[in-house]
Design a protein around this ligand. Structure first.
Ligand SMILES: Nc1ncnc2c1ncn2[C@@H]1O[C@H](COP(=O)(O)OP(=O)(O)O)[C@@H](O)[C@H]1O
Ligand SMILES: O=c1ccn([C@@H]2O[C@H](COP(=O)(O)OP(=O)(O)O)[C@@H](O)[C@H]2O)c(=O)[nH]1
Length: 243
C-alpha cells in the first residue's frame, strides 16, 4: 500500500503571537511551542516545504503601545517587529530540538542573531528541506504579520497560505460572540471584503487575491488539523479567488 502524498508541496504557515502564548496572558507557552514543532516536524517528514511567519501580539503591538502613551506608533511598530524576532528565536530552537534544520530570516538586519531575509535564499533553503521562519514582519511599520505572511507566501511561491487561529475557520459573524454563527467551507476573497469578515486585514486579503494564492483558515488547537489541511485541504475554511 502506498502512503498518500501531501496535496500541497510548499506552504506558508502563519502563527500568531497569541497562538504561541496558549492560555498565558503574555509570553510563550513551552508546551504549545513543543506541540507546534511536533506538528511541523510531521509535515517536514512527509516532504512538505514549510515557511512560517510568526506574529508578536503576545509580547507587543505597536498600536497598543501608542494607545498606552509609551511611544509613538512607528517606534511601537518597531518594538512589535522585534517581538516577532523573539518568538522566532524560540520557534527555531523548538524545531531544532526535534532535529529539524531551521533558518531564521528577518526583514530587519540584526547581525549575529538572525540572517537577513532574501526570497532567493529562502527558496533555496526550502528546496533543501530546511524550515524557514520569517520574522520582523514586512520590516515596515503600519503593517501586520498577516500581511507579511501573504507577502512571504507569494514570494516563496507557496501553494497555500495557512492561517492558524483559535476558531474552526471563517464564520458569517464572530463565533466567540454569536452562538448561531455559521462557518463557511469555501468563500472568495471578494466575499471576505464585501461582507467585512475579520479573517485577515485588507492588505493581506488583497495581496492573496491579486496574486491568486489560496488561503486556509483553521484551528491550530484542534489535534491533527494542520496535517489534514496539508494532506487534503478538508479542514476549516478555504478562501480563494473563485469558488
Ligand atoms: N467572521 C469571523 N470568523 C471567524 N473569526 C472571527 C470572525 N470575526 C471575528 N472573529 C474573531 O477572530 C479571532 C481570530 O483572529 P486572529 O486573527 O486569529 O487573532 P489575532 O488577531 O490575535 O491574530 C477569533 O477568535 C474570532 O473571535
Ligand atoms: O510588517 C509588520 C508586522 C508587524 N508589525 C508590528 O508587530 C506587531 C506584532 O505583529 P502582529 O500584531 O501582526 O502579531 P500577531 O497578531 O500575529 O500576534 C504589530 O502589532 C505591529 O506593531 C509591523 O510594524 N510591521
Amino acid at each position: 500500500m502506498t502512503e498518500k502524498s501531501p496535496r500541497f508541496s510548499r506552504i506558508l504557515l502563519k502563527l500568531s503571537g497569541e497562538a504561541l502564548a496558549g492560555n498565558k496572558d503574555m509570553g510563550i507557552d513551552a508546551n504549545i511551542l513543543d506541540q507546534m514543532s511536533l506538528s511541523i516536524a510531521h509535515l517536514v517528514g512527509l516532504g512538505v516545504q514549510v515557511g512560517i511567519v510568526v506574529g508578536g501580539g503576545n509580547l507587543y503591538r505597536g498600536s497598543q503601545l501608542q494607545k498606552d502613551g509609551l511611544v509613538g506608533r512607528v517606534t511601537g511598530d518597531q518594538m512589535g517587529m522585534l517581538a516577532t524576532v523573539m518568538n522566532g528565536l524560540a520557534m527555531r530552537d523548538a524545531l531544532e530540538r526535534r532535529n529539524i534544520k531551521t533558518r531564521l530570516m528577518s526583514a530587519i538586519a540584526i547581525n549575529g542573531v538572525v540572517e537577513q531575509y532574501s526570497s532567493r535564499n529562502a527558496i533555496r533553503f526550502l528546496k533543501s528541506g530546511d524550515v524557514c521562519v520569517f520574522v520582523a514582519g514586512t520590516g515596515n511599520p503600519f503593517f501586520t504579520t498577516d500581511t507579511a505572511a501573504c507577502l512571504r507566501g507569494i514570494e516563496i511561491e507557496a501553494k497555500l497560505i495557512l492561517k492558524a487561529t483559535k476558531v474552526d475557520g471563517v464564520y458569517n459573524k464572530d463565533p466567540n460572540k454569536y452562538d448561531d454563527a455559521i462557518r463557511y467551507e469555501h468563500l472568495t476573497f471578494d466575499q471576505v471584503l464585501d461582507e467585512k469578515l475579520e479573517v485577515m486585514d485588507l492588505t493581506a486579503i488583497c495581496l492573496c487575491r491579486d496574486h491568486d494564492v489560496p488561503l486556509q483558515v483553521f484551528n491550530m488547537n484542534k489535534a491533527g488539523a494542520l496535517l489534514s489541511v496539508v494532506m487534503d485541504g478538508n479542514e476549516g475554511t478555504r478562501v480563494s479567488k473563485s469558488l
